[in-house]
Design a protein. Structure first.
Length: 259
C-alpha cells in the first residue's frame, strides 16, 4: 500500500535525512587507502548509538533476498560488488571503487541514501564515468519527480541516462517507498515508460537509486555471506541514492549532502 505523508510528517523525516547525509559525507572524507570496511561499519555504529532516537535499519534486517539478518550497520560494496555489500575484514586499496549505502531510522522515520567514490589517487577514468552516470541519472530522476507526473517518468529518466552512457540496466533491484519502514511501496525500477504508472502526488516519499555495472546487467549473490550482489563478469559497479519527498512545489531531497 502506498502511503502519503502530511507536510508535518515530511518535516519529521528531515532529521533522519540530515543524519544519514552527514554520516555519508564524513565517511567519504575519512575513507582512505588502508581504511578497513569493518572500521567504516564501526564508525556508523558509534554514530547511531550516540544519536538519541536513532536505530539501524540493517542490523536485524532479514528479507527473503538475503541470507539471515544482515547484522551490520552499513552496506559496503567494493569494485565488482554493487549492492548489499556486507562489511568484512578488508583494507581498501588505491583505486578501489567503493559504494556506501546507509539507511537509518530517527524517531521512527527512515532515510536511505548511497554514494560511490574511488579510494586514493589511482582513479580510473572509466570508474569515474560510471559513478558520474549514476549521479546524473539520479539528478534526472529527481527532476522528473514532479507532482502530476507518473512513476514511469522517474524510471524512464534513469534509464535514458544509462542508455546515453551505454550501460546495461538491471531491473531486479531499484528504488522504493520510504516512511516508518525502509522498503515500502511503490517499487521504483531503474527503467520504465514515460507517462505510465502511478501518478505522483504530494506526500509521496521515495528512495531513487540508480545503480549500474560497466558491461553486464547480470548479478549473483556472493555465497560467502549470502548478501553481497556482484557482477557476473567481474566488471565494476556504482550506486547513487537519495530519499526525496514529492510536494506541490517540487521534490525535496531529504538526504541532500553539503559537498
Amino acid at each position: 500500500m502506498i502511503e502519503l505523508k502530511t507536510p508535518s510528517e515530511i518535516e519529521a523525516m528531515k532529521p533522519a535525512g540530515r543524519f544519514v547525509a552527514g554520516i555519508l559525507t564524513d565517511l567519504k572524507v575519512m575513507t582512505k587507502v588502508g581504511t578497513n570496511l569493518l572500521e567504516i561499519d564501526d564508525f556508523v555504529r558509534r554514530r547511531i548509538e550516540s544519536r538519541k532516537g536513532a536505530e539501524s535499519c540493517y542490523v536485524d534486517y532479514a528479507p527473503d533476498f538475503g541470507t539471515g539478518p544482515f547484522a551490520h550497520y552499513i552496506c559496503t560494496s567494493v569494485n565488482d560488488a554493487v549492492l548489499h555489500g556486507v562489511p568484512y575484514d578488508y583494507a581498501l586499496k588505491d583505486g578501489d571503487l567503493l559504494s556506501l549505502d546507509l539507511a537509518i531510522s530517527v524517531d521512527g522515520w527512515v532515510a536511505d541514501s548511497a554514494i560511490s567514490f574511488v579510494v586514493g589517487e589511482k582513479k580510473d577514468p572509466e570508474d569515474l564515468r560510471l559513478i558520474r552516470c549514476t549521479e546524473e541519472a539520479l539528478a534526472a530522476a529527481i527532476d522528473a519527480a514532479q507532482s502530476g507526473n507518473r512513476l514511469g517518468d522517474v524510471s524512464c529518466a534513469v534509464g535514458d541516462v544509462a542508455r546515453s552512457y551505454g550501460y546495461p540496466i538491471n531491473l531486479e533491484f531499484g528504488g522504493h517507498g520510504v516512511g516508518h519502514i525502509m522498503h515500502g511501496d511503490p517499487h521504483v525500477p531503474n527503467d520504465g515508460k514515460a507517462h505510465h504508472g502511478y501518478k505522483l502526488r504530494p506526500g509521496l516519499v521515495i528512495a531513487i537509486e540508480p545503480w549500474f555495472l560497466k558491461t553486464t546487467d547480470e548479478i549473483y549473490q556472493d555465497p560467502k555471506d549470502g548478501w553481497t550482489l556482484k557482477s557476473s563478469d567481474g566488471s565494476r559497479g556504482a550506486h547513487s541514492e537519495h530519499t526525496i519527498a514529492i510536494t506541490d512545489n517540487g521534490p525535496i531531497i531529504l538526504t541532500a549532502r553539503d559537498e
